[in-house]
Structures are given as structure tokens and as C-alpha cells.
Write a protein that binds this ligand. Structure first.
Ligand code: FPP
Length: 264
């Protein structure tokens, strides 16, 4: 984040918030955790007759804007799908560009993330990433681990099915070592073995560029998330688009499998 967080603090509802929310948003009913599938970078670039990778570069700016806004408005966690286990099948040049981009952005933004109290974590099979990126990730994770601000989770070499298989393996290993009784494997035990362990489930999933798919993202964690799909391409995602997503979220009746309150 190159722009610093605003320093004025106001209290809206029960939630301390650094910046005034756009009109119409209820500060007491913001999602605690927002997840985003940042789609449409390639199309954004194509529309401008630019190489696809320029869309990814611009996508970084949209991600920084979104993180800043979520932080400003007191949203507790933002989880972004940056690179899936399936994205390795893209042309080699695009994959190399993305890996180099992650390294460059992380190195460039780490100081600002630290100062602004962002706690960053990378979720996924990180051992398959380039060595230099792994080191930057380890450093950024350690240096921001005690930060008290927004939780920023970057899903990198992440696949929902792979995460579920990994959790099953971890639980099986604990059983094999005699540390866990199979009868004690419940939803909480399962969730504790996911990459997202310790994070509340997303309340809202935003997907850009109009595609109506989950694409192997947070398969367990999105069980009760509200979905907001927008035609906006990710590099164009801005305050207006985020506000629209949050207004849409606040207009939903969340029932978690129950019935609407007040109805019998
Ligand atoms: C999907 O658009 C986007 C990606 C696979 C990459 C997203 C990555 C970023 C925005 C960079 C994030 C940076 C950091 C440091 C976390 P697409 O290429 O599939 O678009 P298309 O569907 O229009 O082709």
C-alpha cells in the first residue's frame, strides 16, 4: 500500500473505523471477512490491446485499493485468490511474470504493510513457489505476525480440493501417531487443519468479470458466504464497486439453513 492509512479515527456503531463509510452502508453490519476472486485481468488488457500481463500489473493496484478500503472501513479480513494450483497451466511467460510480480510487490510494500498494522499470510502449497519468493513470504509473515490490523490472506498456489485432502492427511497422521481419536474429528478439528486455521469464514465472496463459478476457492470456508458477482473487470475494481458489493451483502437475509427471523 503506497498510500498511508488515514489518521483520523471515528467511531461508527460499535466498530472503530478510520474513515467514513460511503452513505447507505451500515457500519454495524459489515462483513467481518471478505474474499475476492480477482478475475478479468487478461480481458482488461485485451480491451486495451496490451499484453495480458499488464492486466495483472494493474490488478495489483486494484488489490491495494481494496485492502486499503477494507482496512479503512474496519473489515477484519481480506482473502484474495492470487494464484491457483491450476494456474501453472498458463503460458510459462505469464507464470514467470506473476511470480516475479509477487516478489516485486511484496518487497516493495512490506514496510507499508508493517507500518499500517496489516497481518499478511500466504495460504497454499508454498514449497512449490520459487525459492526467493518463499523467503520473502516467510519474512513478511514473521514481520507482520503480531500486527493488530486487518488480516490479509493471499492464496498462492492454492486449491480448495488440495487443501481438503491435505487436512485429511494431517488428521490421519495425528490418528496414526495416537494423538487423535477418530471419534473426535469434528468440523472444528477439520477446520483447524486448513490453511485458514484461526480465521473466521468469509461472509462475502466477490467475483469480478461476471463469471459465475467458485473455481476451487475456499470450498469449505465459503459454505455460508453470500456471493456477489460483478461484471467489473478486476483492474477496474474500485471504491464504487466495493461499496456496491457491500450494499448487496447488507440487503441479504442470512439464514444459515434456518428460517427468516420473525417467521414461524
Ligand atoms: C485472473 O485474471 C487473475 C490472476 C490469475 C492473477 C491475479 C493476481 C494479481 C491481481 C496480482 C496479485 C499480486 C499480489 C502481490 C498478491 P485472468 O488472467 O484469468 O483474466 P481473464 O479471465 O480476463 O483472462
Amino acid at each position: 500500500m503506497s498510500r498511508s492509512l488515514a489518521t483520523t479515527t471515528t467511531v461508527q456503531g460499535n466498530r472503530p473505523s478510520r474513515c467514513l463509510l460511503p452513505a447507505g452502508l451500515d457500519p454495524a453490519r459489515l462483513p467481518a471477512h471478505v474474499a475476492v476472486i480477482m478475475d478479468g485481468n487478461g480481458r482488461w488488457a485485451n480491451q486495451r490491446k496490451l499484453p495480458r500481463v499488464m492486466g495483472h500489473r494493474e490488478g495489483v493496484e486494484a488489490l491495494k485499493r481494496t485492502l486499503q478500503l477494507c482496512s479503512d472501513w474496519g473489515i477484519g479480513a481480506l482473502t484474495a485468490y492470487a494464484f491457483s494450483t491450476e494456474n501453472w497451466s498458463r503460458p510459462g511467460e505469464e507464470v514467470s511474470f506473476l511470480m516475479a510480480l509477487f516478489e516485486r510487490v511484496l518487497a516493495r510494500e512490506l514496510q507499508a504493510l508493517e507500518q499500517e498494522q496489516v497481518r499478511i499470510r500466504f495460504l497454499g502449497d508454498l514449497e512449490q513457489l520459487p525459492e526467493g519468493l518463499q523467503q520473502l513470504i516467510a519474512d513478511a509473515t514473521a514481520r507482520t505476525a503480531a500486527n493488530t490490523g486487518i488480516h490479509f490472506n493471499v492464496c498462492t498456489n492454492y486449491g480448495g480440493r488440495r487443501e481438503l485432502v491435505r487436512a485429511a492427511q494431517l488428521l490421519a497422521q495425528q490418528v496414526a501417531r495416537g494423538e487423535l481419536d477418530p471419534a473426535d474429528i469434528d468440523e472444528a478439528a477439520f477446520a483447524a487443519n486448513l490453511h485458514t486455521s484461526g480465521e473466521c469464514d468469509p461472509d462475502l465472496l466477490i467475483r469480478t468479470s461476471g463469471e459465475q463459478r467458485i473455481s476451487n476457492f475456499l470450498l469449505w470456508q465459503l459454505a455460508y458466504a453470500e456471493l456477489h458477482i460483478t461484471d467489473v473487470l478486476w483492474p477496474d475494481f474500485d471504491e464504487v464497486a466495493l461499496t456496491a458489493a457491500l450494499l448487496d451483502y447488507q440487503n441479504r437475509q442470512r439464514r444459515f439453513g434456518g428460517v427468516e427471523s420473525g417467521l414461524t
